[in-house]
Design a protein around this ligand. Structure first.
Ligand SMILES: [Fe+2]
Length: 194
């Protein structure tokens, strides 16, 4: 799938719905579910530990002290979002092969959640990471639908980057698609899963 430029999140949403069609995912299965970007009120306005303890949490990417940290954060979010969509791509053939309707509904719930997590990551990229974030969000699916081995490679890459990055920037309890309550970057700290 070749990505079109993204200027707004509406542009990105168009790509998202196109991606669903391209991989053969029937969105009518989850028609009662509305994707949204939700943010919670932050519990603390200051960084609570580490080298920057006591300073106000960074509310914009440009407030992050150096480019290396900015790049690392961008990559972490990109790989998080990438694998959320990869999960749906990997599971999509199972929708019509589920042994029971109960199993199929369980699978669809998982796929819906994974797409929601990817949606959230891309909302962060488009909203907070300028042209680089928009470019990355637009290219989430540029490699085309993937199968098992490719998905594993993406997941491995994400895990490796995530663990390295967590120890550097102290995303700490980050579970990726949930909130990062101790993160020094306000938008991520305020994030909560839908
Ligand atoms: Fe997820």
């Amino acid at each position: 799938m070749s990505a079109r430029p993204v200027s707004t999140f509406d542009d990105w949403m168009d790509l998202f719905y196109k991606w669903q069609k391209d991989i053969g995912f029937d969105a009518s299965h989850i028609k009662d579910y509305e994707f949204d970007a939700l943010y919670a009120d932050p519990p603390h306005s200051e960084i609570t530990f580490g080298e920057f303890k006591g300073r106000n949490k960074w509310t914009k990417v440009l407030e992050i002290p150096n480019q290396e940290m900015r790049d690392a954060l961008l990559h972490l979010i990109v790989y998080q979002g990438d694998t959320e969509f990869a999960s749906t791509e990997q599971q999509r053939h199972l929708v019509n092969a589920a042994p029971t309707e109960y199993d199929r509904q369980c699978l669809l719930r998982v796929m819906r959640e994974e797409q929601c997590h990817g949606w959230q990551m891309c909302h962060l990229l488009v909203t907070y990471f300028g042209d680089s974030g928009k470019l990355e969000a637009a290219n989430c699916w540029s490699a085309g639908p993937i199968e098992g081995r490719a998905c594993s490679a993406r997941s491995t890459r994400r895990s490796s980057i995530s663990s390295n990055f967590s120890s550097t920037l102290v995303l700490s309890t980050g579970t990726g698609s949930g909130s990062w309550p101790f993160c020094a970057i306000a938008p991520l700290r305020r994030w909560r899963a839908a």
